[in-house]
Design a protein around this ligand. Structure first.
Ligand code: AHM
Ligand code: MG
Length: 336
């Protein structure tokens, strides 16, 4: 028989390495795993069932349809709420954080911050999308109501982070700070199987990923760096390859495996950058550092050290192979 290690087995093995662990994090991951499977199913039938339309439209059976991002948001929130391991959730889809009234939730040790369906504008055209999540230990006392302070923690306090990519196959990639592991979903048996153990990003890469349509508005150093990527130089294998899907999880995942740099600088339309610190930048920064890469918002400003001030705060993101981030940092410093 084929031997596979499932995500469930992997998490239990890891838990046994920590004899004091209460199993709450294991339970939290089970919730995420379940919601991911449900979303996998919905995304894969999105074209057929025509549920990608407007949030309030009706399907052929006359039932109320939901947009997939709304569906994803509800599904992850209810999966996480049910087991009582989280005391609150903040989501890119919700203006305020979600708190729960039930005692089992008030006793939960963790909060989850998430972007339930990132890149959802890509669904209509069959391009990969993803779920991004981040887990923190609460700072408010166990047994009380969750507060905004529980969510406004710097990324260096994350206990775990990860993403699910609904691509040519569905994968779940996560880290608790001790290595990054990837699991591919086998829908025939309904399990995530360990397929990418101990992911390490190559130190150098030849891929740069940026929306060049915004070039005119980029800071000078970023413009110069992009020109550097496009110059000819045999020693550094330039010109580099430009790859931009416009779906953060997909662009990040490719660069993690192949080596590369993802850039979302400030631009005219988004003076603070477009991506959200708590739901997108922090979890990706946590993963990349655990995989040997780097993530900064500006020279010397590690993403994980930013003190957040509001839930939906945006920030520039430069993330990827460490040598590429260093090079970009030099350009921004020199040409500011
Ligand atoms: P969203 O959270 O509204 O889906 O936006 C985030 C997405 C990322 O997945 C992607 O990297 C980025 O926006 C693309 O932005 P742009 O279209 O400006 O290049
Ligand atoms: Mg998003």
């Amino acid at each position: 028989m084929e031997i596979i290690k499932t995500l469930g087995e992997f998490i239990i093995d890891r838990q046994m390495e920590y004899p004091d662990a209460s199993g709450e994090l294991t339970s939290l991951f089970s919730s995420i795993r379940l919601a991911a499977k449900i979303l996998h199913r919905e995304i894969n039938k999105a074209g057929l069932a025509d549920i990608t339309g407007a949030a309030s439209s009706e399907n052929v059976q006359g039932e109320q349809q939901q947009k997939l991002d709304v569906f994803a948001n509800e599904r992850f929130i209810s999966a996480l709420a049910q087991r009582g391991v989280v005391c609150g959730i903040a989501s890119e889809e919700e203006e305020q954080f979600v708190k729960f009234e039930e005692t089992k939730n008030l006793d939960g040790k963790y909060v989850v911050l998430m972007d339930p369906l990132d890149g959802s504008s890509n669904i209509d055209v069959n391009v990969s999308v993803g779920t991004i999540f981040s887990v923190y230990r609460r700072v408010s006392p166990v047994g009380s109501h969750v507060t905004e302070e529980d969510f406004l923690q710097p990324g260096n306090k994350q206990v775990a982070a990860g993403y699910v990519i609904y691509g040519s196959s569905t994968m779940l990639v996560y880290s608790t700070g001790n290595g990054v592991n990837g699991f591919t979903y086998d829908s025939t048996i309904g399990v995530f199987a360990l397929s990418h153990p101990n992911l390490q990003i190559p130190k150098d890469g030849t891929i740069y990923s940026v929306n060049e349509g915004n070039y005119i508005h980029f800071p000078n150093g970023v413009k110069k760096y992009i020109k550097y990527c496009q110059e000819e130089d045999a020693d550094t294998q330039r010109p580099y390859t430009s790859r931009y899907i416009g779906s953060l999880v997909s662009d990040f995942h490719r660069n993690l495996i192949k080596g590369g740099l993802y850039l979302y600088p400030s631009s005219g339309r988004y003076p603070e950058g477009k991506l959200r610190l708590l739901y997108e930048c922090n979890p990706m920064a946590f993963l990349i550092e655990a995989a040997g890469g780097k993530a900064i918002a500006s020279p010397g400003q590690r993403i994980l050290d930013i003190e957040p001030t509001k839930l939906h705060q945006r920030c520039p993101l430069f993330v990827g192979s460490p040598n590429m981030v260093d090079k970009l940092e030099q350009f921004i410093t020199e040409f500011e």
